[in-house]
Design a protein around this ligand. Structure first.
Ligand code: NAD
Length: 314
């Protein structure tokens, strides 16, 4: 598994081990919070061909989760565009080429809802993210363009090199043991941190007017959907996300309710991304019979409890 020192990869290793798989993981770094129970850990850079050759040797299925990524504060400022495109594309080019050569049978690739065209996500109440709305392509970030390129890369290898491929487009996955500070954290984690750090009656800052919409999927639901996709005969690309769309202000209110705090919200300029986004789960329901089983609020409760503990420890 590539990227198992990260958030989703760390959780996926636990699941694969619980299912009895033998798991080799590769990452630039050790996991920040909970070392995944892998059978072998390669500390290495997947931009390096030799590291990848080593990583795929003798492997049957590759889960490719490594990417140069972060939340809006990383992806949408423009400062990391060259790194994001070069690093993530190189990881994918190496993984699929050396994996195919080594006889890897199946590749799971983690794409992102960020590949959907911006023009379908201008109305916060009616964003369109059905899988067939990807083209004409017009993602609003280089991160999204790289995801689109790499989706096509894996599909091309499937056609020409006889490998099996499964592609998921993740929509905002959140939960414990994910990045919660430092500039790469995403909205739910940032919100939980701000609320946990601010005394009752204080004030938190939110980027934008707070009326932008998103949906958020709890990590356990994501892992279940990934495993179902990989074990199915459906290639995708398919959305893995939640259809419970909320404004960012509502997300903040929910976290405050969970924390039992009343805080004022100050809206400030910041990197935002599209105006509205929601998962469209029609295809995954039809193909895999999957939908999230629990409401956003429950996942937020678990995530808030974990982040509040981290804040207390730091
Ligand atoms: P993450 O940043 O926590 O994990 C990614 C891991 O990749 C990190 O541990 C990082 O060290 C590793 N990595 C980066 N460059 C590497 C390199 N050159 N060599 C080896 N390892 C390298 O991210 P995550 O949230 O766990 O996301 C996993 C995947 O899912 C990513 O591909 C991401 O783009 C995709 N995705 C995530 C979300 C989300 O909401 N979390 C949404 C859409 C797509």
């Amino acid at each position: 598994m590539n990227g198992a020192g990260g958030f989703i990869g760390g959780h996926l290793v636990k699941r694969l081990k619980a299912e009895g798989c033998w798991v080799r993981v590769v990452d630039l770094k050790r996991h920040d919070f909970a070392e995944p129970p892998a059978d072998e850990f390669i500390l290495g850079d997947l931009r390096e061909p030799d590291v990848v050759r080593n990583a795929v040797s003798g492997i049957d299925e590759v889960y490719q989760l490594a990417a140069d990524m972060g939340g809006a504060g990383y992806i949408f400022t423009g400062e990391h565009d060259a790194a994001v495109m070069h690093n993530s594309a190189t990881i994918n080019l190496n993984t699929v080429e050396f994996g195919a050569r080594a006889g890897v049978r199946k590749f799971f690739y983690s794409s992102s809802a960020c590949m959907y065209p911006e023009y379908n996500q201008l109305d916060p109440d009616n964003p369109k993210c059905s899988e067939d709305s990807a083209y004409p392509a017009a993602p609003d970030s280089e991160y999204g363009w790289e995801k689109l390129f790499s989706e096509r890369l894996y599909l091309a290898y499937m056609r020409n090199r006889g490998i099996q491929v499964r592609i998921a487009r993740f929509h905002n996955i959140f939960g414990p043991e994910g990045t919660w500070r430092g500039g790469r954290e995403k909205a739910p984690a940032a919100m939980c941190r701000k609320v946990a750090e601010t005394p009752d009656g204080g004030e938190i800052e939110i980027w934008g007017d707070g009326k932008q919409t998103r949906s958020f999927l709890y990590i356990d639901e994501c892992i279940e959907a990934v495993r179902r996709l990989v074990d199915s005969d459906f290639t995708g690309p398919v959305n893995i996300g939640s259809e419970e769309m909320v404004t960012i202000d509502r997300l903040a209110q929910m976290v405050m309710e969970i924390a039992g705090k009343k805080l004022a919200i100050r809206h400030i300029p910041g990197p935002l991304g599209v105006r509205g986004r929601n998962s469209d789960n029609r295809l995954i329901r039809e193909k895999l019979g999957w939908a999230p089983s629990r409401p956003l609020r429950e996942g937020l409760e678990k995530t808030y409890a974990w982040i509040a503990r981290q804040v207390g420890l730091s």
